[in-house]
Design a binder for this molecule. Structure first.
Ligand SMILES: N[C@@H](CCC(=O)N[C@@H](CS)C(=O)NCC(=O)O)C(=O)O
Length: 326
């Protein structure tokens, strides 16, 4: 398919049963420590492309922040509105929070994909990790980008961030297990509910989503974080979906069996705890989040009217976690 005719939005990945299927990411290399790596960790070499609206990109922004990588890895932020040509760069004077493309000077993210691979024919997604030296894409899969940020740059970061890990050896089996069902039924579950074009597909995925939320509520009613006192990758991956839940997924994606604010007190307490950790709330841009979903998916919301509520007040007092629960 040529680049002009290929579908550019996730909503176009619908099976004949009306079910949304997420495509597999294409660039899967890793930044590693040491000069002999294919993509060696170096300060200032790699550039991260994100959207504040996107829950997958949001994960990478959070780990970049919590690992003290701000000064080592630059960021460009796309406009919240995803039009027919996909994600676009816009000056912050026009859209506060957005940036121009600070690494490649592109107008659209698709140009960055074509620079790395002129034959590229899949979706033009964020997040995207760009190598400014090799002039190519390292990786466009958020779950892998956060693993790299977790360890690959440790020799280069300030001492207080070294050794911090959100994927500790002893908890890996439990983290992997949580990630698996939470990805399928919650992170991706909201999309499978919202993009369904058949009643059965919607109901099946929406029910599975709420079954998982009940299971998560049960876990968090006994534990501070998903795996106890320690904040892990599993929490961070879930947080970016939950923070969007009441203001966006409940209405826009029809995930409306319950609200987090009134239906899940432990999930709400946990969301506030994470939101109030140093550096996190700066990564949550509710203006971009709401405008993106309600204005970009015109097949779901043709009027592009954006609802008023931002969801529960996440600054409200909550349990104070240990200074650094990770
Ligand atoms: N598997 C990818 C998914 C990323 C993804 O789907 N990003 C969406 C935004 S939330 C996107 O960029 N979509 C562009 C499009 O659909 O054309 C990851 O986790 O990194």
């Amino acid at each position: 398919m040529s680049s002009s005719t290929k579908p550019s939005t996730a909503a176009s990945e619908i099976t004949k049963e009306g079910e949304f299927r997420r495509q597999v990411s294409s660039f899967r290399s890793f930044v590693e420590p040491g000069p002999n790596a294919e993509f060696p960790a170096e300060a200032g070499r790699y550039h991260l492309y994100v959207s504040y609206a996107c829950p997958w990109a949001h994960r990478t922004l959070i780990v970049r922040k919590l690992k003290g990588l701000d000064s080592l890895i630059g960021v460009s932020v796309v406009n919240y509105l995803m039009g027919p040509k996909g994600w676009e760069f816009t000056s912050p004077d026009v859209v506060p929070g957005a940036t121009l493309d600070n690494a490649n000077g592109a107008k659209y993210i698709r140009e960055v994909y074509f620079k790395a691979d002129p034959e590229y024919s899949a979706r033009y997604t964020v997040p995207l990790l760009w190598d400014t030296k090799k002039q190519t894409i390292v990786n466009n899969e958020s779950s892998e980008i956060i693993r790299m940020f977790n360890t690959a740059f440790d020799e280069l970061i300030a001492p207080e961030y070294r050794g911090i890990t959100f994927y500790p050896e002893e908890l890996r089996p439990q983290i992997d297990e949580l990630n698996e069902w939470i990805y399928d039924t919650v992170n991706n579950g909201v999309y499978k509910s919202g993009f369904a074009t058949a009643q059965d597909a919607y109901e099946k995925n929406c029910r599975a989503l709420f079954q998982s939320l009940e299971r998560i509520e049960e876990i968090l009613s006994k534990n501070e974080f998903l795996l106890g006192k320690r904040l892990t990758e599993a929490d961070l991956r879930l947080f970016t979906t939950i923070v969007r839940f009441d203001p966006v997924y409940h209405g826009h994606f029809k995930c409306n069996i319950k609200l987090i604010a009134t239906g899940y007190p432990s999930i709400l307490r946990w969301t506030r705890e994470i939101y109030q950790l140093p550096g996190i709330k700066e990564t949550v841009n509710m203006d971009h989040i709401k405008k993106h979903y309600y204005m970009s998916h015109t097949q779901i919301n043709p009027s592009q009217v954006v609802p008023l509520s931002n969801g529960p007040n996440l600054d409200a007092p909550t349990v104070k976690p240990a200074a650094r629960p990770y």
